[in-house]
Design a binder for this molecule. Structure first.
Ligand code: PLP
Length: 346
């Protein structure tokens, strides 16, 4: 199988498995797991934040951040395809009592500018309009096709939000991909934000886990909410050990996934009926429209699956994601099967 559904499907490397088997562990609910503590300290150091906490999933990290930054009855301003809004089970309503205030990205990239965000913000207006509690950004932006913010844009948004008394949370599930694409450190991308979440379990390749980072006070409170949500794990060092390997080893090879994604996009762009601009593919996510092939995305995915290529259908689009278990030869196979699936002789 060539599994291009997501970068979450990676299997742990030999080095990760070895580290897991040899991990020194303790009870992390007591704060006594040395490997978890080491991962948290290392992540905080890399991101230049005061503190970090290991959480089982990116969704939990994001939702703890929403909980801590907001009050019930407030709104979270977020791009309309944002993961926190669309794929986290309305947790912002269920857990935090907040509503999403979705913002349309005029150029379609999902990368917002302050002029698009500002009209969605309610601060100090009429008493019967729900006030804004938080601005949430996503870097890279999953459903927009792995598009990226540079630090200058994040700085501007954070500066303007802070001037209005609003915190900013960064959903950086794939922030290391963004960092590789724009050639800026994750610390530079995260610096202006009040909190950032990143996933060890996506492009970095660890089997489980995400990190939430912020001030020491914020992370102390996050630890309480992690427990509320059932995320207090015991000898979690076996997971954190793989996370440490992922954090140290994987970022330096992400450009290979990006090159594979670009090659895939270029090949797809040559297939009649497929709409994609390869120039827009700057990380490991390749999102393309298949409506003009006359075949539904689900049907194309089913045909690909018969040929041992897995992809995800989203409405009239298909998403393919590169990762370390996909080689450049696999990309050529995927392209060949794609041509066959849509009946192209090219
Ligand atoms: C941008 C983004 N944020 C958050 C998440 C949530 O991560 P998890 O699946 O670990 O809950 C995902 C998962 O796909 C994601 O793509």
């Amino acid at each position: 199988m060539i599994d291009l559904r997501s970068d979450t499907v990676t299997k742990p490397t030999e080095a990760m498995r070895r580290a897991m088997a040899e991990a020194e562990v303790g009870d992390d609910v007591y704060g006594e797991d040395p490997t978890v503590n080491r991962l948290q300290e290392r992540a905080a150091e890399i991101f230049e934040k005061e503190a970090a906490i290991f959480v089982p999933t990116g969704s939990m990290g994001n939702q703890i951040a929403v909980k801590l930054h907001t009050r019930p009855g407030t709104e979270v301003v977020i791009e309309e395809r944002g993961h926190i809004f669309n794929f986290e089970m309305a947790a912002m309503a269920a857990v935090s009592g907040t509503l999403a205030r979705p913002v349309h990205s005029r150029d379609g990239t999902g990368i917002l500018n302050w002029d698009e965000i500002e009209p969605a913000i309610h601060v100090g207006g009429a008493y019967y309009v729900a006030p804004t509690g938080l601005v949430a950004l996503e870097n890279s932006h999953n459903l927009a096709g792995g598009t990226v913010y540079r630090s200058a844009r994040i700085e501007e948004i954070c500066h303007r939000a802070h001037a209005m008394g609003l915190p900013v949370h960064l959903d950086g599930a794939r922030i290391f991909n963004a960092s590789a694409a724009v050639n800026e450190s994750v610390a530079a991308l995260a610096r202006p934000a009040d909190s950032v979440m990143f996933c060890l379990s996506k492009a970095l390749g660890a089997p489980v886990g995400s990190m939430l980072l912020g001030s020491r006070e914020f992370i102390d409170e996050a630890r309480r909410w992690r427990k509320v949500l059932g995320g207090g794990m015991r000898q979690a060092g076996v997971l954190a050990a793989a996370g440490l390997v992922a954090l140290e080893e994987t970022p330096k090879r992400l450009h290979e996934d990006h090159a594979n994604a670009r090659r895939l996009a270029e090949g797809l762009a040559e297939i009649p009926g497929i709409k994609i601009d390869p120039e827009q593919v700057v990380t490991n996510i390749v999102l393309f429209d298949v409506s003009e092939t006359g075949i539904t995305a689900d049907e194309i995915c089913a045909r690909l699956k018969e040929q041992k290529v897995l992809a995800s259908g989203f409405g009239s689009s298909i998403r393919m994601v590169t990762h370390y278990d996909v080689t450049s030869a696999d990309i050529e196979v995927a392209l060949r099967e794609m041509r066959k699936a849509v009946g192209s002789r090219q």
